[in-house]
Design a protein around this ligand. Structure first.
Ligand code: GDP
Length: 176
């Protein structure tokens, strides 16, 4: 397979680990413990009959005290998923600062996706939405990011998110 390193970044509790758990094991756990430091998992995704992409996923802890470790994880990353919670406006500001940092410090050709997670909460009660889809989408377009609103809980758009990233990766150039 072509292998690519993917890093998850974003504020604590926005659902980074839950998105990974959904993508890798197709499970959701409402009572997860916080990630300490970072966790590593792999998952493959088929683009077509001939092409399979293997992601090496680094799920980082969102807490401020681990912030200085993040460059270690994104330094050689091919792609990044920057996550915010669509019910918490401040989490988008935090996501934007991660995007800035990635665009300054990470690989020049890193593929960055913005994921507005916890879509299920808003589907249930629209008044919980704190970040409009239009605003986030406009920001993502301007910053050159892929963009999805996701739910790790219901799985909505989770596969689509990783598939969209896989489609943008330079598969021909990767070591097979
Ligand atoms: P992380 O700190 O960013 O890795 O966030 P976690 O994956 O640990 O999730 C934080 C909390 O949000 C946990 O209680 C999760 O069960 C919950 N959570 C994560 N994703 C979703 C989602 O899509 N919908 C809902 N309703 N809750 C979620």
């Amino acid at each position: 397979f072509a292998q690519f390193k993917l890093v998850l970044l974003g504020e604590s509790a926005v659902g980074k680990s839950s998105l990974v758990l959904r993508f890798v094991k197709d499970q959701f756990d409402g009572y997860r413990e916080s990630t300490i430091g970072a966790a590593f998992l792999t998952q493959t995704i088929a683009l077509d009959d001939q092409t399979t992409v293997k992601f090496e996923i680094w799920d980082t802890a969102g807490q401020e005290r681990y912030k200085s470790l993040a460059p270690m994880y994104y330094r050689n990353a091919n792609c990044a998923v920057v996550v915010y919670d669509i019910t918490q406006a401040a989490s988008l500001d935090k996501a934007k600062s991660w995007v800035k940092e990635l665009q300054r410090q990470a690989n020049e050709n890193i593929i960055i996706a913005l994921a507005g997670n916890k879509l299920d909460l808003v589907t249930e009660s629209p008044d919980k939405r704190a970040v409009s889809q239009a605003d986030a989408s406009a920001y993502a377009q301007e910053a050159g990011l892929l963009f999805f609103e996701t739910s790790a809980k219901t799985a909505e758009n989770v596969k689509e998110l990783f598939l969209a990233i896989a489609r943008k990766l330079p598969i021909e150039q990767a070591a097979q």
